[in-house]
Every structure is written in C-alpha cells, then in structure tokens.
Design a protein around this ligand. Structure first.
Ligand code: HT7
Ligand code: ZN
Length: 890
C-alpha cells in the first residue's frame, strides 16, 4: 500500500471560498448536491488539473459555472477535472448508500437515524472534495428528509430556515459562520429529543446548549449537560476562551468507532460518553463523561479555531486537548490546591501512559508524537499522539509554570486563530512568549521510543554536597523507534531531597546565592549531566521525577526500605504512590521469574508491611489509598519481563493478591465497613473514593481461599445497591470468588443482572465485559465462555461497543486467558479480525494491534502468534489492518 510522508507536504493547488451542500436523505440512496466556489491557490504551484477526493460515491453530474463539464473523470479515489478556469463555481451531484455503510465513516445509519463521522477522511465518502485539513471554508447546508421518520435535522452552526415540503418531507438550512476543514462537518437526522439549557457566556452573550438523544435516554443526559457547562466555565477562567457560537449541541449515537467527535457546534458522541444515571453508570463512567465532554468542547479552540495543517500534526490538537481535559478533570476534582486529589488524577493518567503508550513505543508501531509517515491515518489515533502528546504539552507548563504556559497559549491564538498550522508553530509560540530557545525541545516531536534516565547520587558529608548524575538514552529501543533517535532531549526533571525525619530539605544548587523551594525542576539537556546541591546537612533520599515531570523511565537503585520510607513520607503524592508501585513491581517480577520456572513462591514481608501501613493510614484520602493498594496490571508486568510470560505473571500476581488478602483480612473487612456510602448516590470524587476503596477491599476478600465473607458481603451489596458502581463491583467479586470455590451466587447474579438491564445496551456491554475478563481455570477456559457469548442474541459484532465489550475485553484485558498455550486465543483473534475487516476496518485494525508485541513473548507463544498474524495478513483486504499486521511481521 502507498505510504504518505510528512516531508511530501505541499499546499493545496486550489482553495474553496465557500461550499453549499444539499442533502436528500434516504437510507438506501442519499443524493448530495455540492456547490463550491473555487479558485487557484496563489501560494501553490500551478496544477494541470483539479483532483478531488471521493470514495464509495456514485457520480451523477458535474458542472463548472453551470455548464456540464465533459472533462471530469470519476475513479476509485475521487474525481479528476481537466481544463478548469482560475476561479469558478463547481457543482457536483453524487449519491451514497448510508444504510449499507458499516464502516461508520462518512454518512451512515444507526438505530434508523442518520449520522456522520468525517475525521479523518470520511467527508470524501459523502461528496467529492478537497478533503484535507488545510482547506478551510464556510458551509451552508440544507437537509431534506421525511418528516415523520426524521423530525430533527441538525448540522453545524446556526439554524437559519426550516419548513415543510411536499410528500411529507421537510427541510432545515444551517449556516456555520466559521471557516472549517471538512473533517469538522457533521449532520444528524432522526427521531431525537434534547435536554436544553440556556446560559450566558463570560461576555454576557446568551448560548443555547442541547444534549440530543433517543427519547428513552432523556433521563440520562443531566450529567453530560452539567459537564458541558463546567467545561465552558473552565475554559473561560483558565484560558480566557469563550464559546464562539450561539448554539452548542451534543448528540449521542450507539454505533461509533471512537469516543466522540468535536464537529463544530455539533459534537457527536458515543452513547457511552453521554448517558448516565446512578443505576446504569459507574463512577468511572461519570468521570469519563466529564472528561470526554470537556475534551470535545476544548477542541472548539484547540483543533477547530486553530486546526492542523496536515494529519502528521494531529498531536497539535490531540495532545494539547488531552492535556487540557486532564487539567480540567484535576481542577474539577481538587481545584488548584488540593494536591492529593490532583495527584489521584495524575496517577490515573500516568498508569494509562505507562501501560499503553510505553508498550506502543516498544513495538513495531512505535512512532514519534508527530509521525513521519503512515499508510492509513486512522491507525495513528494512538496513545503516542494523544497521551505522550499531552505529556509533551505538560512539559511546557512544567518548564514555564501555569502563567508562562498561559502566555504561550495566548500568543498561539493571537498568531494563528483561523489557520491550519503545525506542531512547530505551537512550540514557537511557547518559546517566544517565554523568551526561551526551544529548538532542542523539537526532539520530543520527532523521536520515538521511551527515554530512560539513569540516576546516580553521591553525598559528601564533609562538604555537605550532594551530587545527582543523570544519564539519558533509549536503552534497547525497538527498530521502529531507533531509526528516529538523533540526540538528547530537554527533560524537565523535578526532584526533591528528603531528610531522615521524612521532611523535604531546602534546595540550593551550586552557584545559587540561597536555597529556594523543596522541589526543583532541573533542565536536563545533555546525554550525561551532574547537578550539585550544596548545604545539604545530611545524606538525603532523592525523590525523583516528582509528579512524573517527563514521560520517561527512571532507573535508580532504591532499597526496599528506602521505597517503604518514600511511600510513607514523600511530600509529593505522586511519588508516594510511585514508591509503592516500584516496591510491588520488583517483588512481582521476581515472583513471576520463579513462577516461570515452576519454583515455589514466597512473598517478602516488606510488601505486606508497606501495604498495611497505607491501608490503615487515615490521613490519606480513600481515592489515593485505592490507587496505592492496586497492584500493577498483568499487562504492565508482562511488558517489564525480558520475555513476556502472561501465565507466570498471572500466577505471581494472584499469589500476591491472595497473600495480601489473607494477611490483611481483618483490615480489609474494617475498611469495607467504614467506607460504605449510605444514602443517595452522588458521583463526586469524594464519594467515588469511598466506594472505590470499599470495593477494592471486597475484591481482595474475594481472593481468599475461603471467600465466604466476600460472597456474603457481595451478595448483599448486589441486592441492595442503589448504583451501578456497587452493583457491578459486587458482581465482579462474586465472579472472582467463584474461581476459588464454585458459588451459585455468581451465576444467579449474572442472570439477574442481564434481566434487570436487558434494555440498557451500555449496561449489557458491562455484562459481556465482566465475563470476558473473568479469571478462568484449566477446567473452565474463558475462551469457551467467550465463544458461547458470541452466539448470544444480544451480541452484535457490527456494534463497536459490543465488539469491544466481548472480543476486545478478552483479547486485550484478560492476558492470562488470551495467551493460553494452546493458541486458542490467537485463533479466535484471527477469526474476529478477519470478520471485522469486512465490516469495519477501523475497528478491525484496533483489534489487530492486540498481537503487535508478539516478538516479546516466550518462544512457544511467539510462534503461535506469528502463525495467527500470517493467517490474518493473507486474508484481510483493508489498508487499515494490512498496515498493522505487515508492520508487525517485518
Ligand atoms: N478527534 C476525534 C477523533 C475521532 C476519530 C478519528 C478517526 C475515526 C473516527 C473518529 N472518531 C473521533 C476524537 C477526539 O480526539 O476528540
Ligand atoms: Zn481529541
């Protein structure tokens, strides 16, 4: 397949000054009339012909300045027009088939309603166009459809006219005053209802806010609306950015490839990130809705007002907007000052980064935050572009502080509002606003791989000097990453020094006149660099990379006692958590190595003692304790092994969970009791923290060889729950307990859960996911459960949420079962990738990635994975899946 290179970027040969679209919406065959005022781009080389992109379209007619154009050729990738004048009106009529569109890209039908998804290159499936983000224009859109079947007709911007037509049809005309690229176009038509609010923005202008859903879901829209209002207020306050439209709409759709889409003024959301009430949504769902509503709203400035020049610059909008949604969630949870609440959010984000992005960076899909090439852009909506991209943005804030970051943002908008720009433009705005040369920082955008920072320290008691030597490199990077690595990075390395009493020491670097602060951000720019602290009155313990100030791995030889000390005393809450994780990871990896050799397992007491201390430390918030008491995931641990061995990791981790359950049984029971949250449900971070810790206690109790306590508590909790968090946690505990000891309670709760929520697709997704991720045994492999569930009447592979809840959950979130030695998981994976490839290549390609790290596994698994990959490579057709499996097999 053709490879697209960043270096080949050239400006468009033609520009579109305005576009008028008319839709006659019919599921089987929708007619689109597209009239564009076009002219040659004075800043581009003169082109012999006009090339418009188009896919899966039926061309009906083409006219230039109202005259049928003979020199127009439709082909597989678009429409070529020879002999066009310098300025002209181009009118194209074409047809598409929304009801047959299972790709969910372009115009499609879901639950009998029409929706669009145009990012990244879906607009070309609606009409012939210059479907590239640097072609921005204004849109006027008329929708015509049967009034009874599609009473609501929505598009971007403002509704300027509506009315009835002959034959029971009606129309609506929308005008978007802002220029936008085609990927931000949207339309929705169908039987929908809205929750509405009117608010005044900071400058006093009235705004209409709407959350559109199917009628039976109206009672689940309040939280999304509140999240939207909070997002609007937050962007006004933190960044001085105001909503620029009179009307802002969110629409929920149950068939959607991703989380949500920031179309100008008409955001389209996966129902999963809109619908919530206490009975159907968990605390995590409520938090995710707030984050995703925020994310899409924040795109209105970072992405829409200032957009990307080309898709290589995707992180310009995505990294920045993820950073903004992370800060929004942290502010909503803890304001600017509650450090522990902010740290909880930071820890959750870093866990995701380390588990998923670091893994991506170590395999065949490793790419820089700003990729150099791609085959299919949809494969580059990645952890690297999003999450590492957000870390790169965060580093500007770490370097310049909140005020310096804001100055940079202000300058960015002053310079580039209304433009399509590149990551370099953002970096230069930050540099210029803060008077700093950030040339070296560019490497964060162009180098792939996870940097490793090795730390050595020395204390000279006589001179009261403490030296910290930092070395940076990439270790044993994957070939895809190695090719991009050119030199050292500018790493903002936050550090503190802790005294014997557990308090931070004042910090004075050599050459400074006085001590200042207890956390310093070192500008680490060389391959090796030594920093000397003076006036250090005692041998300190270093607290390294506080608040995870850069997306790197830190290597330092802490003793177990030192880690326990940091876990108990570090003033940086992130590093307290980090110390516990290091302690646990080290122990778990040692146990996994023994498990791999079938050697007996024994847990070091230091881990139990450290965990016991956290468990009973009432000065720590419940949410923080929950995170600190969670063991690193099996996927993360397997990643850390020289040869990933999921079975050994599972045995080791289960062994530790059981030991912690048994050794701290009384404490878990006490915690369970103390953190019950009686009364009405509220999804506040505080209440969620109590529920989270209580349910963690229940999960540990379910690990006991005799899980009778857990079964009793979980059965009661399941029956009495007034919210989904508690009900799902109880069901999960019952499933876990039934692995040690067959319990009828698990089966009957599962059946009850299905009956209760049969009409709630998002809850049935949970029902599938809980079963796909449950622990299995030799007598009951989960692949059998999953295969049986594939035949359940509620399963539908065409619905991405359902496919994710069963297939992806098994292949990506149940490593011990998926990586069964007999290869049954891989055979299943291959079947499903092939099946999905024919329906929805974007979703198929996501699933295909479950095997990309195959080379890192033990030889037996490796060979079976290779065979499965080869089978898929020989059968799939889409560019999306081919790119993934071919890169994996190289
Ligand atoms: N910007 C949006 C990306 C997106 C997307 C990309 C490819 C295919 C389907 C998609 N749906 C949404 C979402 C976001 O990052 O905000
Ligand atoms: Zn985004």
């Amino acid at each position: 397949p053709a490879v697209i290179h960043r270096a080949d970027y050239a400006p468009p040969a033609f520009l579109i000054d305005s576009v008028t679209l008319e839709f006659d919406l019919v599921p089987a065959r929708t007619i689109v009339k597209n009239s564009m005022r076009m002219r040659r781009n004075p800043d581009a080389a003169r082109a012999a012909r006009l090339e418009l992109m188009g896919e899966q379209l039926e061309l009906v007619s083409v006219a230039v300045n109202g005259v049928p154009h003979a020199a127009a050729r439709a082909h597989e990738h678009g429409l070529t027009l020879d002999d066009v004048p310098d300025t002209f009106e181009l009118t194209i009529v074409s047809a598409c088939a929304p009801a047959e569109n299972t790709t969910l890209s372009g115009l499609y039908v879901s639950s009998d309603n029409f929706f669009t998804q145009c990012e990244a290159e879906g607009f070309r499936r609606i009409t012939y166009f210059l479907d590239r983000p640097d072609v921005m224009t204004t849109y006027t859109v008329t929708l015509r459809a049967d009034k009874a079947a599609y009473p609501v007709l929505l598009s971007n911007g403002n509704l300027i006219e509506e009315g009835d037509l002959a034959d029971g049809r009606h129309f609506a005309k929308w005008e978007d005053p802002f220029k936008k690229p085609s990927y931000l176009f949207a339309l929705v038509a169908g039987r929908l209802v809205a929750l509405e609010e009117r608010i005044k923005s900071v400058s006093g202008k009235e705004k209409l806010l709407q959350v559109w859903v199917e009628p039976h879901d109206l009672d689940k829209t309040r939280h999304a609306m509140e999240s939207l209002i909070h997002s609007i207020r937050w962007d006004e306050e933190r960044f001085g950015l105001e909503l620029d439209l009179d009307r802002f709409m969110i629409v929920a759709v149950s068939d959607f490839n991703m989380g949500a889409m920031e179309n100008k003024g008409l955001n389209i959301f996966n129902t999963k990130y809109v619908l919530a009430n206490p009975e159907t949504a968990t605390d995590t769902d409520f938090a995710n809705i707030e984050a995703v509503v925020g994310h899409e709203y924040f795109h209105n400035w970072t992405g829409n007002r200032v957009t990307c020049r080309d898709w290589f610059q995707l992180s310009l909008k995505e990294g920045l907007t993820v950073f903004r949604d992370q800060e929004f969630s942290a502010d909503m949870a803890g304001g600017a000052t509650d450090e522990t609440a902010r740290a909880v959010k930071r820890i959750e984000d870093v866990r995701v980064l380390r588990q998923m992005q670091f893994a991506e960076d170590s395999g065949p899909m490793a790419h820089p935050v700003r990729p150099e090439s791609y085959v299919e852009i949809n494969n580059f909506y990645t952890m690297t572009v999003y999450e590492k991209g957000a870390e790169v943005v965060r580093m500007y804030q770490t370097l310049f502080g909140r005020d310096g970051f804001r100055r940079g943002m202000d300058l960015y908008f002053k310079r580039h509002d209304g433009q399509a720009v590149a990551c370099d433009d953002f970096r230069l705005a930050l540099a210029d606003a803060n008077g700093r040369d950030l040339a070296q920082f560019e490497r964060w955008y162009s180098q792939a791989g996870t940097p490793r920072v090795t730390v050595e320290t020395a204390y000279d008691a006589d001179a009261q000097r403490y030296t910290v030597t930092l070395k940076q490199g990439y270790g044993d990077a994957a070939p895809a990453a190695r090719a991009t690595q050119k030199g050292p990075l500018l790493i903002p390395f936050a550090i503190g020094l802790i005294g014997r009493d557990g308090a931070d020491l004042p910090l004075r670097l050599e050459g400074e006149s006085a001590a200042s602060g207890t956390t310093r951000v070192l500008d680490f720019t060389e391959t090796e660099q030594t920093f000397t602290f003076v006036d250090v009155r005692e041998a300190p313990l270093p607290s390294l990379l506080r608040n995870f100030s850069a997306p790197v791995v830190v290597e330092y030889d802490y003793t177990a006692d030192e880690l326990a000390f940091l876990l108990a005393h570090d003033s940086d809450p992130f590093n307290r958590w980090e110390a516990g994780q290091r302690l646990a990871t080290r122990e778990l990896l040692a146990l996994a190595a023994r498990a791999a050799e079938n050697a007996p397992l024994q847990l070091d007491d230091s881990v139990v003692t450290a965990f016991a201390r956290v468990l009973t430390d009432e000065t720590l918030s419940p949410a923080f304790r929950e995170l600190a008491l969670m063991l690193p995931s099996e996927a993360y641990l397997a990643e850390q092994m020289a040869e990933s061995n999921p079975a050994a990791v599972h045995r080791a981790r289960q062994f530790v969970r059981k030991r912690l359950a048994a050794a701290l049984r009384e404490a878990w029971l006490a915690i369970y009791d103390r953190h019950r949250t009686p009364g009405a449900y509220a999804p506040t971070p505080e209440a969620a923290g109590h529920r989270g810790l209580k349910n963690l206690a229940l999960a540990y109790l379910a690990e006991l060889d005799d899980p009778a306590d857990a079964v009793k508590l979980a059965t009661a909790q399941y029956a009495e729950a007034n919210n989904m968090t508690d009900r799902a946690a109880a069901l999960s505990a019952l499933l876990a307990a039934s692995t040690s000891k067959e319990t009828p309670a698990a089966e009957s709760a599962l059946a009850d859960f299905y009956r209760r929520f049969e009409k709630e697709p998002l809850v049935i997704d949970k029902w599938f996911a809980l079963q796909a991720t449950q622990r299995g045994s030799a007598a009951r492999p989960i692949i059998d459960v999953v295969r049986k569930l594939m035949t359940h009447p509620a399963f539908n592979i065409k619905n991405p949420n359902r496919a994710r809840s069963l297939i992806f959950s098994f292949c990506s979130a149940n490593p011990a079962q998926f990586h069964a030695e007999d290869g049954s998981g891989y055979a299943f994976w291959a079947e499903q990738v092939i099946a999905l490839d024919a329906l929805n290549p974007q979703v198929a390609a996501r699933l295909a990635r479950a095997l990309e790290l195959w080379r890192r596994y033990t030889p037996v698994l490796r060979e079976k994975m290779r065979a499965a990959l080869e089978q898929v490579a020989s059968q799939v057709k889409s560019r999306d899946v081919r790119e993934i499996v071919e890169k994996a097999l190289v």
